[in-house]
Design a protein. Structure first.
Lengths: 216, 426
C-alpha cells in the first residue's frame, strides 16, 4: 500500500517533513506507531487523512466538527495501535473508526435538534469553489436529502458512492454482513433518487441518468 | 443487475461525485496545520502516559501519577469568559464587524480580531493551550509563578510566560506573523528542532510555503509586499535578518532578489501618519485596516499610492479579509499595471484564487504574471502555481510539460519534488 510518491499534502505541495517510513508498508507503520513513533503517525496521516476526511465530510458535511473528528480518528489509532493485530488492514481500521465517530456525531446532532440546541439543524456553508454557485446549491440540497436517510444508509452511500469502497469494505466498516450492506445500499439509492427528484437543484443529476436510461 | 438498478447506481454515483468534489476543495488548505496539530497532541499524550509500562515500575508510577493528578486537580483549572460572540464549545469565532474578548480567570486577555477564529484547546491552573485557526489575536498574558501558556497557529507553537503580543495566522497562505510588544516568547517551528527566541519589540514572520522565517528588531524600510517572503529585507536597519529557510527556498530567493518599492503614483491627499508598509512590516495590521476604514476604503482604492495599496492588501490578507485584499490588488492592477506592484498583484491574486479553490482563475493570474514578469520575484512561485492548478484542472499529462519547465529553471526549487512527482521520476 506504500505510495511511490513522496508524502504530499492535499494542497498539492510536498510535505515539509520526509521520513524513511514513507516507503514502509502499513503493517510496519502500525508497529512503529504502537511504539510511540510520531514520525510514523505522520506518514499514516499523509497516506490516509484524505480518505478519512472524505468519509467524515460525506457523512456530516464540512464544519469544525469534521476536522475535530479527523483528529480523533488518528488519535484513536495512535492510542490503540498496539492492539491492532493485522496492521495490513490499517485502511479498513481507519475507515471503521471514522464511520463509528461519524455515526455518533450524527446521533448527537439529532439529539441536539430534538432538544432545540441547534434551532434549524442546517449545515453551514459548504466549501465549493465560490464561483460555482450552482454546485453549492446542489450540495446543500444533497445534504438536505442525506439528512433524511438513517445513519447506516447515509454512511453506506458515502463509503460506496463518495469514497468508492468495495462492498466488502463497506460491510466491514459498518460491521454488517455483505448481504445486509447490499440491501441497505439499494434502499439508500432508492430513497436518494426519490428525494432528489423533489429537489430542483439536484434535478440535473437525476434527469441526466434518467435520460441516459431512456436513450438505452 | 437490472437496468433500473443500474440507473439507481448511476444516480447515486453522480450524487456521490458531487460530495467528492466538494470534499476535495474543502479543508485541504488546512492539511499541514491539521497534521502538525495531530503530532503535537500525540506528543502530549506520549508525555502524559507511558505507552508500555512494565509492572515493576508501573505500579509506583501509577501511584505517583495518581498523586500528581490529585495535586493537579485540586487547584482548579483556569476558567474563561467570552464577550462579543457566542461560544460554541471551545470554538470562538469573531464576527466580521467587531472584536471578541476572551478573559481568563488569571486576568489574561485575548482579543480576537474581526473574522478571526480560535479555540481554547485545554486549560490548566497555570495557563492554557489556545489554537488560533485563522486571523489575528491580540494577547496579554499575565505573568505569574510557573505560568504556562501555549498558543498554536498552524504548525507553529508559541510558548509564553508573561507577555503582550499580536499573533496572526493565515491558513490559506500559510503565513504566520508574531509581533512581540513586551516580554519574551519561544516559537517552536516545523523547520528545526531548536525553538526561535523572541524578545520585546521584535517581529517574527514565517512563510510555510517559502519555508522561510525572518526576525526583525526594527521596522523595515521596505514593504514586505514587494519582497519575497523570507528573503532578507534590503535596507532594514539594525535588523536581525534570520532567514532560516530550507536550502531550497534560499536557492529560489537568491536567484530572484527582492525589488525595492518605487512608487510612481501620485501621493494621496491624506497620507497616513505612519507609512502603512512600515506598519505592516511591524505586524500592526489592524492599524492599517482601521486607518483605511477611517479614510474610506473606496477613497483609498481610488487615491492611495501603490505602496499603500500593497500594504493594505497585505494587511487584509494576513487578517483573513479576502474581499478587501482582492479589492486592493484589483486596484493595483487597474492603476499600476506597469509598476512592480501591479505585476506582483497578478501573482497574489493567483494565490488568493487558488486558496479559495478557484483553480481556473488562479491559473489565469499566474500565467498573466509570468507573461508580464518572466524574471520577476515570484516567477518560480507563479510557475509552480500554474503547475499545481493545471494538474488539478487537466490532470497529470497536461501538467508534465510545466513540471519539466519548472525543473529546468529551478532544479532546487521549493516545488521541485512536486514537479518530480508529477513526472514520476522521484
Amino acid at each position: 500500500m506504500a505510495s511511490p510518491l513522496p508524502a504530499r499534502s492535499t494542497t498539492g505541495h510536498v510535505a515539509l517533513a520526509h521520513f524513511p517510513q514513507d516507503r514502509y508498508g502499513d503493517a510496519q507503520l502500525v508497529k512503529d506507531v504502537a511504539h510511540g513513533d510520531r514520525d510514523a503517525l505522520g506518514v499514516v496521516w499523509d497516506r490516509y487523512s484524505r480518505l478519512v476526511r472524505g468519509v467524515l465530510f460525506g457523512a456530516i458535511g464540512s464544519d469544525n466538527a469534521t476536522e475535530d473528528l479527523l483528529q480523533e480518528v488518528f488519535l484513536a489509532f495512535f492510542r490503540g495501535a498496539a492492539q491492532i493485530k493485522d496492521g495490513g488492514a490499517l485502511r479498513s481500521y481507519l475507515v471503521g473508526v471514522a464511520v463509528r465517530l461519524a455515526a455518533l456525531e450524527l446521533r448527537r446532532r439529532k439529539v441536539r435538534r430534538w432538544v432545540h440546541l441547534s434551532p434549524t439543524g442546517d449545515l453551514p456553508d459548504l466549501p465549493v469553489a465560490p464561483e460555482d454557485a450552482e454546485g453549492r446549491e446542489s450540495l446543500r440540497a444533497l445534504y438536505r436529502v442525506l439528512g433524511q436517510l438513517n445513519s447506516r444508509r447515509r454512511l453506506a452511500f458515502v463509503l460506496r458512492h463518495v469514497q468508492g469502497l468495495e462492498i466488502l469494505e463497506v460491510a466491514a466498516a459498518l460491521e454488517i454482513s455483505e448481504s445486509t450492506t447490499r440491501r441497505e445500499l439499494t434502499r439508500a439509492q432508492q430513497q436518494l433518487a426519490a428525494l432528489a427528484r423533489r429537489e430542483p437543484a439536484l434535478a440535473r443529476y437525476v434527469d441526466l441518468n434518467d435520460s441516459l436510461r431512456g436513450a438505452q | 443487475m437490472t437496468q433500473a438498478e443500474q440507473n439507481l447506481d448511476a444516480i447515486a454515483d453522480s450524487l456521490g461525485s458531487l460530495v467528492q468534489r466538494a470534499a476535495e476543495s474543502g479543508n485541504a488548505a488546512n492539511d499541514q496545520a491539521s497534521r502538525a496539530r495531530l503530532l503535537r497532541r500525540a506528543q502530549t499524550e506520549t508525555n502524559r502516559v507511558p505507552r508500555r509500562p512494565t509492572w515493576h515500575v508501573g505500579l509506583p508510577a501509577l501511584a505517583v501519577a495518581a498523586a500528581l493528578l490529585v495535586w493537579w486537580l485540586i487547584p482548579s483549572a483556569l476558567r474563561y469568559e467570552v464577550s462579543g460572540a457566542e461560544k460554541d464549545g471551545a470554538y470562538i469565532s469573531a464576527p466580521s464587524n467587531h472584536t471578541v474578548s476572551v478573559r481568563f480567570s488569571d486576568e489574561t486577555l485575548v482579543q480576537v480580531e474581526p473574522a478571526s477564529q480560535l479555540r481554547v484547546e485545554d486549560t490548566s491552573r497555570r495557563g492554557a493551550r489556545v489554537l488560533l485557526e485563522r486571523g489575528t489575536a491580540d494577547v496579554h498574558v499575565v505573568h505569574q509563578a510557573q505560568t504556562h501558556w501555549t498558543f498554536l497557529a498552524g504548525p507553529f507553537e508559541v510558548l509564553v510566560t508573561g507577555t503582550r503580543f499580536d499573533l496572526s495566522w493565515d491558513p490559506a497562505l500559510e503565513v504566520l506573523v508574531l509581533r512581540l510588544r513586551e516580554g519574551s516568547v519561544e516559537i517552536q517551528t516545523p523547520f528545526g528542532a531548536a525553538p526561535v527566541g523572541l524578545r520585546g519589540g521584535q517581529t517574527f514572520r514565517a512563510d510555510l510555503r517559502q519555508r522561510s522565517m525572518t526576525t526583525t528588531d526594527a521596522t523595515p524600510e521596505v514593504s514586505p509586499s514587494s519582497a519575497p517572503l523570507g528573503a532578507p529585507s534590503a535596507g532594514v536597519p539594525a535588523a536581525q535578518d534570520a532567514t532560516l529557510s530550507a536550502t531550497e527556498a534560499d536557492t529560489e530567493a537568491s536567484s530572484n532578489p527582492p525589488t525595492p518599492v518605487l512608487s510612481n503614483a501620485p501621493a494621496s491627499n491624506a497620507p497616513p501618519s505612519r507609512s502603512w508598509s512600515k506598519l505592516v512590516a511591524a505586524g500592526d495590521f489592524k492599524t492599517v485596516l482601521s486607518q483605511a476604514t477611517e479614510r474610506g476604503v473606496a477613497t483609498c482604492l481610488r487615491g492611495c499610492n501603490a505602496s499603500d495599496l500593497s500594504a493594505l492588501a497585505d494587511a487584509a490578507r494576513y487578517t483573513g479579509r479576502t474581499d478587501l485584499a482582492e479589492q486592493s490588488l484589483g486596484a493595483l492592477r487597474a492603476r499600476f499595471t506597469r509598476d512592480a506592484e501591479g505585476r506582483n498583484a497578478a501573482f497574489l491574486l493567483g494565490r488568493l484564487s487558488e486558496a479559495q479553490g478557484a483553480a481556473s482563475e488562479a491559473r489565469t493570474w499566474y500565467q498573466r504574471y509570468l507573461n508580464e514578469a518572466p524574471g520577476g520575484p515570484y516567477a518560480a512561485e507563479a510557475l509552480a502555481g500554474k503547475m499545481r492548478t493545471t494538474l488539478k484542472l487537466q490532470g497529470q499529462t497536461a501538467a508534465e510539460p510545466i513540471a519539466e519547465d519548472y525543473l529546468r529553471r529551478y532544479p532546487a526549487g521549493v516545488q521541485a519534488n512536486t514537479a518530480r512527482g508529477i513526472l514520476g521520476s522521484h
